[in-house]
Design a binder for this molecule. Structure first.
Ligand SMILES: [Zn+2]
Length: 385
């Protein structure tokens, strides 16, 4: 029921979309998210009624091609964010309508275009000023290309207003996709924009030969999801709806700005990453030996590849590692052939006993055998060990 309603909304929105406004709203929001917003306690400045405040210098640095449209300067050092967004939008609308009425109608007025990226490609191809490809742009590339376009003053084929309109339209198209990025209905991963399931659990877009394997992965995912639910761990695994919304928004701002973090923040994050990996033998087992010696960027790139390709933020991998570790442990528990206490478990108990006799602690034994410490505790409790 609910899904039906959602799909209907998405469809009606894509039919009547003002891509320029959508792009400007998304870029404005991303600018605040990525650091221009000043946080304050509502009681400190009650007259602001909890409205968003931005650092004017930071805001202008991130969206200068748009703030420079304004005749008057923005209030400094801090300003109310919403009036700035509206002022800039009015100015852009006035310029767009006056100097490029056709382009304005195409991108900003009722249902002229359903896919600005395709239009952009055609326009580029026609003018032949750059090597236009016919490969469709991904939402990620569209947002980045759109943001770059805002700054490209050296383009001979597009004037300033045209660049702003196309750039924002591309960002708006991308943002429209990011709105549909969700957490997989089963596990901890993000989905491809518009999908219900992550690459591991999707059954669509698979070749005939892979179909049964995809179905097995989906079945296993469903079992694990149920197991997590029974244990009250779904919220840990997938985040609550507020957290998911925040992650999604930050993902877009990260995609647009390709933000560089400060060295201190990266060093802290790196240390945290190592701590979490050392707690997560299953995740560590998927990495090449020596992965812990890699630099931050390479390590997060590899984590993105093996854990969650749509986790764009270079930060916040610590929680994802713990979620993945928990998910993999439940997968092991639910995997066919691992039910009951088979030969493998007997063998593991025998090896655990041997390691204990060598003086290893429970956590060390668990890591050695690739099982959780609580499994060993359960063996002890049942007198098997
Ligand atoms: Zn999944």
């Amino acid at each position: 029921m609910e899904r039906g309603v959602k799909t209907a909304n998405v469809k009606s929105r894509s039919r009547k979309h003002n891509w320029v406004l959508a792009g400007w709203n998304a870029l404005h929001r991303a600018t605040l998210d990525v650091g221009a917003e000043i946080s304050y306690e509502p009681w400190e400045i009650p007259e602001l009624r909890n409205r968003p405040i931005a650092d004017a210098g930071c805001y202008m640095a991130l969206v200068q091609p748009l703030t420079q449209l304004l005749v008057q300067d923005l209030e400094a050092p801090s300003m109310r964010a919403e009036p700035a967004r509206i002022l800039i939008w009015r100015k852009l609308r006035m310029l767009g309508r006056r100097s490029h009425p056709d382009l304005w109608r195409l991108l900003a007025e009722d249902c002229q275009v359903s896919d600005p990226v395709q239009e952009y490609h055609q326009m580029q191809h026609a003018s032949q000023t750059s090597v236009a490809t016919t490969v469709p742009m991904s939402p990620v590339l569209a947002a980045r290309h759109g943001y770059k376009l805002l700054w490209q003053t050296d383009r001979s084929d597009l004037d300033q207003v045209q660049r702003l309109l196309w750039g924002l339209a591309l960002i708006g198209w991308s943002a429209h996709h990011w709105e549909q990025v969700a957490t997989c209905e089963l596990c901890f991963r993000f989905t491809r924009p518009g999908s219900r399931f992550c690459y591991e659990h999707t059954q669509s877009q698979t070749q005939d030969s892979e179909r049964s394997a995809a179905y097995r992965r989906y079945r296993l995912g469903r079992k694990v999801h149920q197991l997590a639910e029974q244990r009250g761990k779904l919220e840990f695994l997938r985040g609550n709806s507020m957290l998911r919304e925040a992650r999604r928004r930050l993902a877009l701002s990260d995609v647009i700005f390709e933000w560089e973090y400060e060295a201190d923040a990266v060093a802290d994050e790196f240390e945290n990453l190592h701590d979490m990996l050392n707690l997560s033998p299953r995740v560590l087992g998927k990495l090449e030996p020596g992965a812990l010696d890699l630099d931050f960027e390479t390590l997060t790139e590899i984590l993105r590849e093996i854990l969650d390709p749509y986790h764009w933020d270079p930060m916040l991998w610590g929680l994802t590692i713990l979620q993945a570790e928990f998910w993999f442990s439940l997968e092991e528990e639910s995997a066919p052939g691992k039910r009951g206490r088979g030969v493998t478990a007997q063998e593991q108990i025998r090896r655990a006993k041997a390691l204990a006799q060598q003086g290893l602690r429970k956590s060390q034994i668990a890591r050695e055998l690739g099982i959780s410490a609580s499994t060993i505790s359960q063996w002890v409790a049942r007198g098997l060990y």
